[in-house]
Write a protein of this length. Structure first.
Length: 356
C-alpha cells in the first residue's frame, strides 16, 4: 500500500481541527482547499482497496453508505444551526445529488468510457429496478409536497413526513437485499475478460482493515473541510448575485467528489458496471437514508422542513428519468450520444440554477 493515502486523511483532519478553532485567512483557506482535494483522492484509493477485497456489489455499497451517513450528519448539523433559514437545505441537497449523479456522473462515465472503449455494457436487470426505485422515491420526497394541500406551501404534514420516511427506508432496505442477496448477480459484470483489475490479486485482509477506517477518516475530512469552506463559497455566490441554491449545489459537488472520481475511473478502466452500481447506489442511499434521519430530527425538535421543488426543477427531474429510462431500454449498451445528452441536461441544471 502506498504511504500517501495513509498520511493525507490525517493531515486533512489536522487542518480541519485548526480551521474550526482559528479564523480562516487566505493561507489557511488555500491549505484547506489543497487538503480537500487530497482527501478526495485518498478516499477514492481506500474505497477501491475495500471494494476489491470484498467484491461487487458490496464494495460500492461501502462508499455509498459512508458518504451518505456523513452527508446526513452535515445536513442535520447545518439545519440545527440555521433553523427556519435552512428549511430548504435538505431538499436542495437531495435534488442536487440526484441531478449530479444521474446526469453528471453517469453522463461522464458513459461519454468517457465510450470515447476510450467505443461501447460498454451494464446489466439492465439491476439498473432497471434501481432507476424505478430512485424515480419513485424522488417523486414521493421532492415532487408530491408541491401538490399536496394538507400543509401550506411545498411542505408535508408530520404524518405525511412519517409516511415518506418509512417508505424511503423500506424501499432502500428492499433494494439492498435485492442487490446483495436475492439477485446479486444482476450487479456483477457480465464479462470481465478485458478487465485487468478483475484478475489482479486482491489486497490482503490487513490492507482492507487499514483502508476501511482511513476511508471514513478521509470522508470526514472531505465533508468537514467542505463545511469549513462553505462560508467562502456563500460569500462568492452572494457577490456574484447567484441564488442561494447554488451554495447547496457547490457543497454537494464537493461531498460527491470521491464517488464521482471513483465511478469515472472505473468507467475508464472498462468497469462500467461498477460505475453504475456506485452511481445508482449512492443516489438511492442519499434519499433512502437521508430522509428518515432528517425527518426524524425535524419532527423531534420542531425544525421546519420544506421538500417540494418548483416547476422548473420538477421538469428537469422528469426529463432526467425519461432519459435514464431510454438509456436502460438500449439493452445495456452505452454510446457516446447518450453521455452527451445526459451532460447537456446536467449543464442545463447548473445554468438554470444560476440563471433561474
Amino acid at each position: 500500500m502506498r504511504y500517501w493515502p495513509l498520511v493525507v486523511p490525517l493531515v486533512g483532519l489536522v487542518l480541519l481541527a485548526v480551521a474550526l478553532n482559528e479564523p480562516i485567512g487566505a493561507l489557511l483557506g488555500t491549505l484547506c482547499g489543497i487538503a480537500l482535494v487530497g482527501a478526495v483522492v485518498s478516499a477514492v484509493h481506500h474505497a477501491e482497496v475495500v471494494a476489491h477485497r470484498v467484491g461487487e456489489p458490496f464494495g460500492t455499497l461501502v462508499l455509498a453508505l459512508a458518504v451518505t451517513a456523513i452527508e446526513s450528519s452535515l445536513i442535520v448539523s447545518v439545519m440545527l444551526a440555521g433553523g427556519e433559514a435552512k428549511a430548504e437545505l435538505a431538499r436542495d441537497t437531495m435534488y442536487a445529488t440526484v441531478m449530479i449523479i444521474a446526469n453528471g456522473v453517469v453522463g461522464a462515465c458513459v461519454l468517457l468510457g465510450a470515447l476510450r472503449h467505443h461501447e460498454q455494457f451494464f446489466r439492465i436487470e439491476g439498473a432497471g429496478p434501481a432507476v424505478a426505485a430512485l424515480a419513485t422515491l424522488s417523486t414521493l420526497v421532492l415532487v408530491m409536497p408541491a401538490f399536496t394541500v394538507s400543509a401550506e406551501g411545498p411542505r408535508y404534514t408530520p404524518s405525511q413526513l412519517g409516511f415518506v420516511a418509512v417508505s424511503s427506508l423500506t424501499v432502500w432496505c428492499a433494494f439492498v437485499f435485492f442487490q446483495t442477496v436475492d439477485h446479486r448477480d444482476y450487479f456483477l459484470p457480465s464479462s470481465g475478460a478485458g478487465d485487468e483489475a478483475a484478475h489482479a490479486p486482491p489486497p490482503t485482509a490487513g490492507q482492507a482493515w487499514v483502508s476501511f477506517p482511513l476511508l471514513l477518516v478521509a470522508l470526514v475530512a472531505v465533508v468537514g473541510l467542505a463545511k469549513v469552506l462553505s462560508p467562502s463559497i456563500e460569500f462568492a455566490v452572494r457577490r456574484a448575485g447567484a441564488p442561494p441554491t447554488v451554495v447547496g449545489i457547490a457543497i454537494a459537488l464537493l461531498v460527491l467528489m470521491p464517488e464521482s472520481i471513483a465511478a469515472i475511473r472505473s468507467a475508464l478502466a472498462d468497469r462500467l458496471q461498477t460505475s453504475m452500481n456506485l452511481a445508482l447506489g449512492s443516489a438511492m442511499a442519499t434519499i433512502g437514508l437521508t430522509v428518515p434521519v432528517v425527518v426524524g430530527v425535524c419532527i423531534r425538535l420542531g425544525i421546519p422542513l420544506a421538500l417540494g421543488l418548483n416547476q422548473k426543477d420538477i421538469a428537469l427531474l422528469a426529463l432526467t428519468f425519461l432519459v435514464c429510462t431510454i438509456g436502460i431500454g438500449s439493452g445495456g449498451r452505452t454510446s457516446m450520444m447518450l453521455g452527451v445528452v445526459q451532460l447537456v441536461i446536467f449543464a442545463g441544471f447548473l445554468f438554470l440554477a444560476v440563471v433561474p
